[in-house]
Design a binder for this molecule. Sequence first.
Ligand code: AQP
Length: 334
Amino acid sequence: MKTRVFSGMQPSGNLHIGNYLGALKNWVRIQNEYECIFCIVDLHAITVYQDPAELRAKIREIAALYLAAGIDPKVCSIMVQSSVPAHAELAWMLTCVTPVGWLERMTQYKAKAAKQESVGDGLLQYPVLMAADILLYQAGIVPVGEDQAQHLELTRDIAQRFNSLYGDTFVVPGTSLPAVGARIMGLDDPTQKMSKSASGANHAVALLDPPDKIRKTIMRATTDSLPCVDVTTAGPGVLNLLAIFQAFSGWNDDQMRQHFNGMRYGDLKKQVAEMVISHLEPFQERFRRITSEPGYLDGVLREGAERVAPIAEDTVRLVKQCMGLYTSPANAAL
Ligand code: AQP
C-alpha cells in the first residue's frame, strides 16, 4: 500500500512563488509515488477575518492553481477542508489533549497575534486543526515549506501524546522540505518570509501576476551595496534571488556559481525575472483554460471530498471509541 501524503494551502490571499517553490512544486513531483490528498484549508483561513465573497472566490482560485501547477485529479484527491466535517470534529478531540503552553510557543501564532488588536482563539488553535487535517488521514508524509516545520513537530507531539494516552491510534507523520526554495524571503525585505498576507507592493511575485509586474517587482528587489554577485559571501537579498532562480531552473550549485559569480545585480535580476516568467506564463495559460470550463472545478472538488470522506469518518469513529465517546451500536465494531 502506498504511503499517504497530506498537505494544503490557505485561501487567504494570492498564492506566490514561495508557496509554489516551498510546497506546490514538490507536490507535483511526488504525486505518482504516494497516495496524495491536497486540501484547500478554508477553515484555517478564517483564523483571521476574510471577506466572505473574496474567500469564496479564493477557494476556487486555489483549486485551479493546484491543477494548473500539474496536480492530476485522477491520481490525487483535491478537496476543500470545510466540505469534510470530520476535520473540525477531530480538531476538538485533539484540542482536549493539547496543552495550551505548546500552542503559545508557536512562532507563527506569536507573529500573527502581534498584528491583531484582538486575538481570536482560532489563531491559537490553528496548529491543532492542522494536526487534525494530517492525522485524520493517517498521513505518513507532509510536504511543506520551512515555516510549517514547527507546526509539523507539534503534530507529531500531539499524535504521540494521544497514542500514549489511548493506545496506538495515529501514524506519526514525517516532514518533507524541498532542498532549494523551502523558505523564499520577501523581495522588499529579505529578512521576512514571503507571505500572502504581507502588504508591501514589491513584497511578492504572485503566481497570477502578469510578466510586466513580475519584472517590475524583481527589478526593485532589495539587494546590498556590493557591486556584483559572489555566491559564497552574498547577503540575504542576493541569496534569495539566487534561490528563486535555482529552484525554478533546477541548476546545481556548481552551475549557479559558474554562471552568476561576478555578475552585476541588474543582470542577475533580469535573469531571475525571465526565469520566473518563463515558468509562470504556461502555468497561467493552463489556469485560464481550467477556469473557463464550466462545472469542471466543482466536479474535481466534489470527487475529491467523496473519495477522502470515508477515510476521515473511519478515523473519527476510531478516535471516539478510543476516548470513550458515544458511538452507536451499529458503528461500535470497526
Ligand atoms: N515564503 C515561503 N517560502 C517557501 N514556502 C512557503 N510557504 C509559505 N510561504 C512560503 C509554504 O506554502 C504552503 C502554504 O502556506 P499556507 O497557505 O498554509 O500559509 P502560510 O505558511 O502561512 O503562508 P503565507 O503565504 O505566509 O500565508 P499567510 O500570509 O496567509 O499566512 C505551506 O506549505 C508553507 O510552508
